[in-house]
Design a protein around this ligand. Structure first.
Ligand code: FMN
Length: 161
């Protein structure tokens, strides 16, 4: 077998050329407090059943919250919501402070303003190197109007049309 010559920097650079949307993934703890993080690892997996996946780093303490919760919420961000994306990737005491959100019908925190929202029931937890892959069934989904926040080349972009 050949030995990989791939450096981490080159891998990151190549991955950054794949444009993605940006979402806030969130759960509530036993006391009803919401916890969430910015992700761009969302992938739609299957139509029947409706499955999606997200990847969460082993390095974030939030992972435990997601592993303990049966469901999580996904809020896809709009083009003008880059500050929310930054906030949910930052070390602040309460990321939801000052953010308008509500519980969905499956008890997951959803941002009040978003391009689309999904309520997901975790079905499989898979090992993915330094991330954990959460495969989930989408139980409910809503869509709004607007342009997406894009992440490309390690920075936020807007759709050109
Ligand atoms: C655009 C963007 C996309 C991100 N995507 C992911 C992701 O898919 N999975 C992940 O674990 N972290 C992702 N992060 C980083 C997390 O949001 C961040 O590390 C996390 O909120 C830190 O939580 P902690 O302070 O509790 O460790 C992303 C950050 C940004 C800005």
């Amino acid at each position: 077998m050949g030995v990989s010559t791939l450096s981490e920097a080159q891998f990151r650079r190549a991955c950054s050329r794949f444009a993605t949307g940006v979402a806030v993934a969130a759960v509530v703890d036993e006391s009803g407090t919401p916890h969430g993080l910015t992700i761009n690892s969302f992938t739609s997996v299957s139509l029947d059943p409706p499955l999606v996946l997200i990847c969460i780093s082993y390095h974030t303490p939030l992972l435990q919250r997601f592993l303990h919760a049966s469901h999580f919420g996904l809020s896809f961000l709009k083009a003008d919501q880059w500050e929310i994306s930054d906030r949910f990737a930052m070390r602040v005491d309460d990321r939801f402070d000052g953010i308008s959100w509500q519980l969905g019908q499956f008890g997951v925190p959803l941002l009040s303003e978003s391009l689309a929202a999904m309520e997901c029931a975790t079905r499989q937890i898979l090992d993915g190197g330094d991330h954990t892959i959460l495969m989930a069934e989408v139980m409910a989904a809503e869509t709004g109007a607007g342009d997406p926040l894009l992440f490309f080349d390690s920075s936020y972009q807007n759709v050109a049309r």
